[in-house]
Design a protein around this ligand. Sequence first.
Ligand code: SF4
Length: 383
Amino acid sequence: MPAFFKQKSAIFVAIIAIIAPPMTLITIKPLPDAQLPKPDIRKLAVADLAEWLAKNNFKSFHAKQIYKWLWQRSLRGFSEMTDLSLSLREALDVNFGFYPLSPADIQKSTDGTIKIGFKLYDNNLVEGVLIPTEDRMTACISSQVGCSLSCKFCATGFMDKKRNLAAPEIYDQVFELNQQALNNYNARLTNIVYMGMGEPLLNYQNLLSSVEKIVSPDGLGMSPKRITVSTAGIAKMIYKLADDEVRFNLALSLHAADDAKRNEIMPINDSNNLQVLRDALQYFYQKTQNRITLEYILFGNFNDTPEDADNLFRFSKGLPTRINIIEYNPVELASSFKRASGRVLNQFAAYLADKGATVTVRKSRGMDIDAACGQLANKTKSV
Ligand code: SF4
């Protein structure tokens, strides 16, 4: 247990012993997070919470009230649940913990993009980005602290994976970025992309649980069609998404459409080659009918020739996909990668469009604050 929590819980127990009458409370079964000082209340389903309330002589209908506080409001402690009795708030505090993310550093780009460095309860950091455009307000969120997939062009790929984010930690990023959108642009989020730090399909259960809360009327009530999960390409998990009939969209970070080149920049391609991935995408579409995006960062003198465009077109042919050509954002650690020129980028996109592909070009956003695609690596300043 971190020293901070040890100290805090000791102080808390002492205070409770002084001010609270002795209480006999039935504890819930221990949750998997053995390292947490107290079980995270936000990992309980509303039914579990109702059961705990009933067993401890509180009215079970309070479960819904508590749930609203936990998911729809940005509260920082049980004492803020002002429509609950003091005895219930104290009982919750004795039995449960609450581990929200706290924004540690907020940076705003000259183009309006906002990057937040979030501090986790264990002092780890992750980053989330708000990207405002004319017709969209997009939150790009992280799913892991660091990443194990080591893509050669990505700043996060140079960090080790430290841990998965819990579902509430993923949800909190969306909640905070939505607040930023309201405060800065008087608009709510329209889209969420799981394209920040980490590989979301390697944190599968927390990915699904976080989406569940984002779309739930108890949470943010967003449509799953507004959510896109981006993977570097874990075929087995794409099949699982399909079998679980998820309702959100899927993006594959492709970046090269021949195996030799993809192996060079994305080690995951060794075990999940292009044919294997294509079959998985086909299955995903058959089962879900959800949109698939192929993300393709255009690197100068690497994957930007007409032959590369042909390979990409062949990969996409017959798959109901949209191709997203992305401007590369230089990363210090990956200095061998260069951005393709604007002229080459436009030619590449036009070539694909002429062949009948649906193509969009994504210009770089938030480069001056290292918030652009592939640049997230905890350069958060003040924590
Ligand atoms: S691109 Fe995505 S999967 Fe690859 S290292 Fe970066 S965060 Fe991980």
